[in-house]
Design a protein around this ligand. Structure first.
Ligand code: SF4
Length: 851
């Protein structure tokens, strides 16, 4: 591969989000195209070294090499040999991967709260405060006084180490991650249908399918490289049809229209009704593989009974879609040879989340469409390392997809760690994030340790979260790269090393594991999250049954090897992996063991599922109530390797539009920002592409409320209010869409937003209410009202591409046809002369965490 094109002559990936097409036909290999970004003034020849890694700005996990010059990260290059991306990188990966690292705003020293203010401290003082509070609480109240709230952005080794600290050192069940706000439903849906977490499908299924269904998944903005992969099929020979389920006219919807597919703009909060309608159509038209279903599933008769009332007409009425469109979509699913289904937050963060996601699995099972090329289910993740949190147990589950309700699984873990089984909390289900914050609110959790996430922005009902974090009832520790909104409310702040500044592994949404090597040193006194957790473990002097240190590893590789041992015999089998193997040309999908030394592209090629009662990760739940299935009930059901078909009746969402709040409120993402913008806002290109919060409103609603593009509007729910500019856009009529990335003005920290009225934070309006099975909060369903505050002085600064484009503009920028290219250097388009894009303009929203 050569890096030949000079900077400033490449593609502007902010304007041309998915890059030029490399079309190819069904069953052929996705052509490679290596994308490169280097800071202005840096040529490829001037790079000192390229350090292998993978991108951490979404769950796609694209393989990259980090360019290092003079001890700084100065760019990235896609890895042409990597199975995930074949060299491609999207705008976030290209422009957002490195500028944050040399920001002057990095935390370089620990901070402690003294006299109400955060002041500089050294590590001994800061960690001393944490340890002394921890010991006091353990002595006074026991392990349930401790809570840990992590992320989808730590490394595997860090999650596993923290899981051992929490479960075998302290013995607290109060551990969860912000994965609860994102992928908890993916995990829950996989467990309910197949007995254990683990993505059945592979990205390579895109190459083989003849239809692609995206359920609540705005892939063009959340996983841009995977969408480029889809576009290269839809623009090639024998293209698949695309079906889009989304209340906005996203680029997926446009592609659905282009390919002869369908856009089902189901009313916000009605996903499950839609899925029941689609499922009924499969039964009604005989689009099921009865023989396969009988041999490899249980529950078909009950599922048929549950979905029977959802006729096309009834479903259309509930969902606000055309019955004929519903039938067309069902026909595409029923008559295609190989369907890829992807699911994301539109389903997960919505009403009846797990039931709707399980219904996607049901469609595939009814057609026996799993475990073969092109027939893939991708219950997607949002964050780059969310999968590892779920695997390692820092989210409350037991490591290795073990079942907390299975005594033998607990004993196995106790033996591995050489601790008493009763130390490991398994007397009740793990505490979820929503409960953890509730316990912190009432003070029964007296120490809440938050790492690599920013709940002050990302949790629902922001005013409540701020009060919890700022109150005296709970000692709050925050570990992050920057002084986030959350950090500002903490009692101790610990400076952490970020991606490229530490070594570790992580696993993407398609089970592909990458090793990310340390490329540069962290700034000042910042330390890796692994080192911070080990420092705490040492100070607490956690011991096993024989008096030896509980945690016997000191390096990432040693932690990885310990993790490999923990996975032996489990579905998530890493035993055949090693750092040495991961230093090869590509990431490797688990399971990797003696039988599959090269990894496993897709699961369930033999339709045997991990549902045996003694093996499964959960006995399952009632999808309507979340009521747990008992071991005895599971044994009586005897799935024994068969998948479970499960259904649930639709019920209306908790908060419906009313006279006072007549519109639906839904939140989501933009292509140019990631989570609360820690990294992406510190890239000038990305920041300028979407610098401020906005809300999208349908043109008809805008007319009715006298609102024009760019006007300042006030959006209110029963919980709070925001004031932002309006984008008259492509959201469905009767709904308001707000991007969730943007934090609040620090001046508002100690005021109620409804009083100040100046917050721009989408979660001021969302609800503390969650899905009964996955415990994921509803970010997609609430009621709101909108009013104009004053006229604008021009269009809002919302992006003019993708789903946020103005209503008068096509949602998809022109796509260039073309042949595979070997390599392109892509400059930072808006600031080509800025050395690193590291000096973003001052802004009240200057604070954001890794989440
Ligand atoms: S698709 Fe995701 S992982 Fe790939 S470059 Fe973009 S942000 Fe990074």
């Amino acid at each position: 591969m050569t890096v030949g094109m000079p900077a400033r002559t490449g593609v502007d990936r902010v304007a041309d989000v998915w890059g030029e097409r490399t079309p190819h036909g069904r069953g052929t290999v996705w052509p490679a195209r290596v994308d490169v970004y280097l800071d202005a003034g840096i040529s490829a020849g001037a790079v000192d070294r390229w350090v292998p890694s993978a991108c951490v700005l979404c769950s796609n996990g694209c393989g990259v090499d980090i360019a290092v010059k003079d001890g700084r990260m100065v760019g990235v290059r896609g890895r042409g040999t990597d199975v995930v991306n074949h060299g491609r990188l999207g705008p976030k990966g290209l422009y957002g991967s490195t500028p944050w690292a040399s920001s002057a705003e990095r935390l370089t020293r620990p901070l402690i709260r003294d006299g109400g203010r955060l002041v500089d401290a050294d590590w001994a003082t800061a960690m001393g405060r944490v340890v002394s509070r921890s010991k006091e609480l353990l002595a006074a109240k026991g392990p349930l006084s401790h809570g840990f709230y992590t992320s989808g952005q730590l490394f595997l080794e860090e999650y596993y180490t923290l899981a051992v600290i929490g479960k075998a050192g302290l013995g607290t069940p109060h551990m969860d991650g912000n994965t609860r706000l994102c992928t908890a439903t993916a995990a829950a849906a996989l467990k309910e249908s197949f007995g254990a977490d683990g993505q059945p499908g592979s990205y390579t299924d895109v190459e083989h399918c003849d239809a692609i269904f995206l359920f609540g998944h705005n892939m063009p903005e959340t996983q841009t490289v995977l969408w480029a992969r889809v576009l290269d099929r839809t623009r090639g020979q024998d293209p698949p049809r695309v079906v889009c389920v989304d209340p906005r006219r996203t680029p997926v919807a446009v592609e659905a229209e282009r390919t002869g597919g369908v856009h089902l703009a189901a009313r916000v909060g009605t996903n499950l009704a839609l899925m029941n309608g689609l499922t009924r159509e499969l039964f009604a038209h005989g689009w099921t593989d009865q023989e396969w279903v009988t041999a490899h599933t249980v529950g078909v008769d009950e599922l048929r009974r549950i979905v029977d009332p959802y006729t096309p007409e009834k479903t259309a009425k509930i969902c606000g879609v055309d019955a004929a469109d519903l039938q067309r979509a069902a026909r595409i699913f029923g008559e295609s040879d190989a369907v890829v289904s992807t699911v994301l937050q539109g389903f997960y963060q919505s009403h009846q989340a797990t039931a709707a996601a399980v219904a996607v699995n049901n469609l595939h099972l009814l057609r026996g469409m799993i475990g073969r090329p092109g027939a893939g289910i991708l219950q997607m993740n949002g964050q780059p390392t969310a999968q590892n949190n779920r695997e390692c147990g820092a989210d409350g589950d037991l490591p290795g997809f073990r079942n907390w309700d299975n005594q033998q699984h607990v004993r196995d873990l106790a033996e591995l760690w050489n601790v008493d089984p009763m130390t490991i909390p398994h007397w009740a289900p793990p505490t979820n994030a929503m409960e953890i914050f509730g316990y912190a609110q009432d003070g029964s959790i007296g120490l809440l340790w938050i790492s690599a996430t920013n709940p002050a922005v990302s949790m629902p009902e922001s005013a409540r979260i701020r009060k919890i974090l700022a109150g005296d009832q709970c000692f709050v520790v925050v570990q992050d790269l920057f002084l986030t909104e959350t950090g500002q409310l903490a009692d101790v702040v610990l400076p952490a090393a970020g991606w490229g500044e530490k070594t570790g592994t992580f696993t993407n949404a398609s089970r592909t594991v990458h090793l990310s090597e340390r490329a540069v040193n962290p700034p000042g006194q910042a330390r890796s999250d692994l080192d911070i957790f080990l420092m705490y473990a040492d100070a607490m002097d956690f011991r096993d049954k024989d008096g030896a240190p509980l945690i016997g590893w000191r390096t990432p590789e040693q932690a990885f090897d310990a993790w490999r041992r923990a996975t032996a015999g489990r579905p998530v089998d890493y035993t055949g992996l090693s750092y040495q193997l991961l230093r090869g040309p590509t990431g490797i999908p688990w399971p990797v063991n003696q039988d599959t030394p090269d990894g496993t592209d897709r699961l369930y090629t033999e339709p045997v599922f991990p549902t045996d009662t003694d093996h499964c990760e959960t006995y399952g739940h009632d999808l309507l109530t979340g009521g747990a299935v008992t071991e005895q009930e599971h044994r009586a059901l005897a799935p024994s390797g068969r998948a479970l078909l499960k259904g649930c009746a639709y019920t209306p969402a908790h908060e419906q539009p009313s006279g006072e709040y007549p519109l639906l409120y839904t939140t989501g993402r933009t292509v140019y920002q990631f989570h609360t913008r820690t990294k992406t806002r510190r890239s000038r290109s990305l920041n300028d592409a979407a610098p401020d919060a906005w809300v999208e409103i349908n043109p008809d609603d805008a007319r009715a409320y006298g609102i024009s593009e760019g006007d300042l509007v006030r959006v209110e729910s029963p919980r709070g209010a925001i004031q932002v500019r309006a984008r008259v856009g492509n959201v469905m009529r009767g709904a308001v869409f707000a991007p969730f990335h943007y934090g609040f003005d620090p001046e508002q920290l100690h005021h109620e937003p409804a009083e100040g009225g100046l917050s721009t934070q989408a979660n001021e309006l969302t609800m503390t209410i969650w899905d009964p099975v996955s415990k994921q909060p509803y970010f997609k369903t609430a009621a709101c009202r909108v009013s104009k505050v004053r006229g604008g002085d021009g269009p809002s600064t919302a992006p003019t591409t993708a789903a946020s484009a103005p209503a008068s503009v096509t949602a998809v920028p022109p796509t260039r046809g073309g042949q595979p290219t070997s390599s392109r250097v892509i400059p930072s388009p808006d600031y080509p002369n800025d050395p690193a894009g590291t000096t973003p303009p001052a802004s009240p929203a200057d604070m954001s965490g890794r989440s």
